[in-house]
Ligand binder design. Sequence first.
Ligand code: SAM
Length: 289
Amino acid sequence: MNLCDIDVIRTVLAKHGFHFSKSLGQNFLTDVSVPQRIAAMSGAAEAGSVVEVGPGMGCLTAELCRVAGRVVAVELDRALLPVLDETLAEFDNFEVVQGDVLALDLAALCKEKFGDGRVVACANLPYYITTPAITALLDSRAFDQITVMVQKEVAQRICAAPGTAAYSAFSIYVQYRAAAEILFDVPADCFVPRPKVDSAVLRLTPLAQPAVETQDEKLFFSLVRAAFNMRRKTLVNALGPVLGDRLGKDGIAALIESVGLDVRVRGERLSLADYARLADAAAAKLAQR
Ligand code: SAM
């Protein structure tokens, strides 16, 4: 059964009385080469075990079942469970866990299902939870590789370099934890219903150590957040809400200059290494007070 064939999708879903839910981000793939490429590039064959988020009616799941030893898929919508029973009946290495991926303890799920073995994560993510789902997958520290389809713009934002319009606090969060690369683009007409935006497949390879070393991770991220909360302002002004009461504006300016940056710089130009140096210098200054 080609689970990406539009006639198959319509027939199976009609038989189960299933209707797409916009609020659950249900856009199913209609081009079988896409899940095949994702499965081939996901590291599933090498790792052996896969957690999939949002199997829908199982087109990506089927491709993962073909290359991996075992696939556990987390699906929120109960109405899809009888659909998956039918569409994945030929596979005995698949299991569905009904639940919200954001509410699950993913590390505990992996431990329970796969013991200490290597696991990769894979998904055509529902748009409405892209950021929290990627955060949860990274925070779990349970996966060797995370291969997810997301809105193209989000993929570009995640991989963006300093000084570009797409560079954001989330770029820094992800790049601190993982190597990020866009594998390929997927146009909007590869889905039913057709979304308004194009997608891209993103590969995240979690790093054993963060990309940069910093003495105080909490301070590092609070400086990053403050800088991007007011990204049109200079860094001196943007850091006011975090450091102003303790260092004053002149103190913040001195801090910025002490790490070799121009006092007129905007936060969007700083690399992860710049933020790490800034956070370490700020921690040292605050400790003296
Ligand atoms: N994998 C299928 C495909 O590629 O055709 C479906 C992908 S569709 C974009 C997203 C899937 O995620 C849907 O099946 C939806 O019901 C499911 N979903 C939505 N929110 C979820 C959540 N919080 N936890 C787990 N699954 C969720």
